[in-house]
Design a protein around this ligand. Structure first.
Ligand SMILES: Cc1cc2nc3c(=O)[nH]c(=O)nc-3n(C[C@H](O)[C@H](O)[C@H](O)COP(=O)(O)OP(=O)(O)OC[C@H]3O[C@@H](n4cnc5c(N)ncnc54)[C@H](O)[C@@H]3O)c2cc1C
Length: 317
């Protein structure tokens, strides 16, 4: 992080706002309802400042919308950018409890209504001084377009949105089924689980993308799989392979055959939970459609329904 430190621009302001939003839990989100946001967040993820520096770390309060300045933006692939925003100072940490996203808010020029979209930080929640996102740009996307257009020094307003409560060892095994940029909440929780030496939860990740180039955070997941071979395994599914990478990935889409082969056997585990995060068509095929325009979980269907999972065992983003 030291490389980007000189770019830090002071100035983070808590912007008064009395309402908070809960996403429709619909990946293609344009709908929000008002709700109470969870404020407590343990600072438990990995980072290694010296212990005297750690003692001075300050957890962000995230009251109302908070303005943060962009420090650094870099292209990750043809349509994804990694965006790093400065926290108020070098001792600040986000302190977000997994899984928490941040709602961004901006009002486009000439518009009356602000655009509000959730994005999920991929930096550790006790990373001092900054917070990082990975954002995929959609054609004419209002939120993703804004994020991609930002230059270092530009600012944006953020407010926390707690998406899923997780307690260490609550489940003996978890399966994460993700598509495209739906991987970001999954990465946040994977890090939180594996970085906690007290947490024994086993994780199977099934991550689907159009092409090899679209696989986000691959080297991070590969490193975790090497470091935790007994607790974390990952499978990448790619719909379009090339002659060069044919055979390196499961080819096609998320299917019943692939999931029944890759998911831990339910009967061998005490307590399982499956998280499904991705574009609505993928979520629907895997777990059935969400209800209430994406505001509710809806009934369980799709492949997981056919495999005998019950509603309580599955959470759809
Ligand atoms: C809890 C949560 C966390 C999220 N975290 C991230 C994150 O970390 N990184 C990230 O990149 N995104 C993330 N998203 C998705 C993000 O919030 C926006 O939905 C996405 O950026 C599109 O918004 P937009 O304003 O750019 O597009 P819009 O202006 O809403 O739509 C523009 C066009 O793109 C299409 N479109 C929009 N979303 C999708 C989609 N998912 N699949 C296919 N077509 C689509 C629309 O149908 C429309 O035609 C998250 C969503 C949720 C619910």
């Amino acid at each position: 992080m030291s490389a980007i430190r000189p770019l830090r621009l002071a100035g983070v302001a808590a912007v008064g706002a009395t309402t908070s939003y809960s996403a429709s839990h619909y990946w293609n989100t344009r709908f929000f309802h008002f709700n109470t946001v969870h404020a407590e967040a343990p600072a438990s993820l990995s980072v290694d400042p010296p212990s005297d520096a750690r003692a001075t770390l300050k957890k962000m309060t995230w009251k109302g919308f908070t303005e943060l300045k962009l420090e650094k933006a870099e292209m990750v692939n043809h349509n994804v950018k990694k965006l790093t925003f400065a926290l108020p100072d070098d001792q600040s940490i986000s302190g977000l409890a997994p899984i928490t996203s941040l709602l961004t808010r901006h009002t486009p020029e000439g518009a009356w209504i602000p655009v509000i979209r959730p994005y999920t930080p991929i930096s550790a929640n006790d990373q001092p001084g900054y917070i990082t996102f990975m954002v995929k740009k959609y054609p004419n996307g209002k939120g993703s377009g804004k994020m991609h257009s930002m230059k270092p020094g530009d600012s944006l307003h953020f407010r926390q949105l707690h998406e899923f409560d997780y307690k260490p060892n609550e489940y003996s095994a978890m399966t994460f089924i993700a598509g495209g940029s739906g991987i970001t909440p999954i990465y946040q929780l994977t890090r939180a689980i594996l970085d906690n030496p007290e947490d024994k939860t086993k994780i199977a990740l099934v991550y689907a993308n159009n092409s090899e180039e679209d696989i986000l955070l691959k080297s991070e997941f590969d490193t975790l799989a090497q470091k935790f071979p007994d607790r974390f395994n990952r499978t990448y599914i790619v719909s379009k392979t090339t002659p060069e990478n044919e055979g390196a990935y499961q080819q096609g889409y998320v299917t019943k055959a692939i999931l029944s082969q890759l998911m831990p056997h339910k009967l061998n585990e005490r307590n399982v939970k499956v998280l499904v995060s991705g574009p609505p068509p993928m979520v629907e095929a895997v777990a059935g459609a969400k209800g209430g325009f994406g505001w509710t979980q809806g009934s369980l269907g799709g492949i997981l329904g056919e495999l005998g999972y019950v509603k309580d065992e599955v959470h759809k983003f």
